[in-house]
Write a protein that binds this ligand. Structure first.
Ligand code: ATP
Length: 196
């Protein structure tokens, strides 16, 4: 079985995540995809304004029709390390795939705990977040393949350029943000008055 892991803080989940997930599922045709909602990501140690339960619920709204939503990292408590997640899923599949946006793969050596083990354990599937970094991504992928034996697949499809940070700022500033979110996520944020 080919299993894909798509991890994120999803604070909130947006259309960029959803488009990336759609790509991830269809290339390389996964048998199953699990979206893992992080607890406390090691590289984002600021205080969260939205609860874990709200982020989980928004992930269900955004991706529930495409993937299984896992609260494994939230239940684990403490810092969320991707390697721990991969180690618990590797036993359940023949091939493991991990999605990363370009910001993540370009910093993999600096930011990711036990990144060499991560690169050995799975195929990393990458989508550009900006649309203008394909040259740099190709070069970096070749470097990671040569240096660590990494297996990396780069998508050529156009990204949907947006971040959760931008959306949180738009909501706070009372600017229109709905076009960047799946409808059900925008409805949930309004209903619960999040990010105000
Ligand atoms: P923040 O702005 O709070 O840092 P984010 O928008 O980067 O959040 P995350 O939840 O940290 O969202 O991202 C989860 C995964 O999705 C990461 O691998 C990230 O690179 C990727 N990703 C985020 N936004 C996009 C996008 N617009 N297009 C493609 N991939 C994305």
């Amino acid at each position: 079985m080919k299993l894909g892991i798509f991890g994120g803080t999803f604070d909130p989940p947006h259309i960029g995540h959803r488009k990336a997930l759609e790509n991830f599922i269809s290339y390389p045709v996964l048998d199953k995809c699990v979206v893992t909602v992080t607890g406390t990501p090691p590289h984002k140690s600021f205080l969260r304004v939205v609860s874990d339960e709200d982020r989980l619920e928004m992930a269900r709204c955004a991706f529930g029709d495409l993937a299984q939503i896992s609260d494994l990292e939230i239940r684990r408590k403490g810092k969320s390390y991707t390697i721990d997640t991969l180690e618990s899923f590797i036993k359940k599949c023949d091939e493991l795939y991990l999605y990363m946006g370009s910001d993540m793969i370009l910093n993999v050596e600096k930011v990711w705990y036990r990144f060499e083990d991560i690169l050995k354990m799975c195929t990393v599937v990458v989508l550009s977040r900006t649309g203008d970094d394909f040259g740099c991504l190709t070069e970096h992928s070749h470097y990671l393949e040569a240096r660590y034996g990494a297996k990396i697949l780069l998508y050529k499809s156009e990204p949907f350029v947006v971040s959760s940070t931008q959306i949180r700022q738009m909501i706070k500033a009372d600017e229109p943000y709905e076009q960047f979110l799946p409808d059900a996520v925008a409805d949930y944020i309004k209903k619960k008055g999040l990010y105000k």
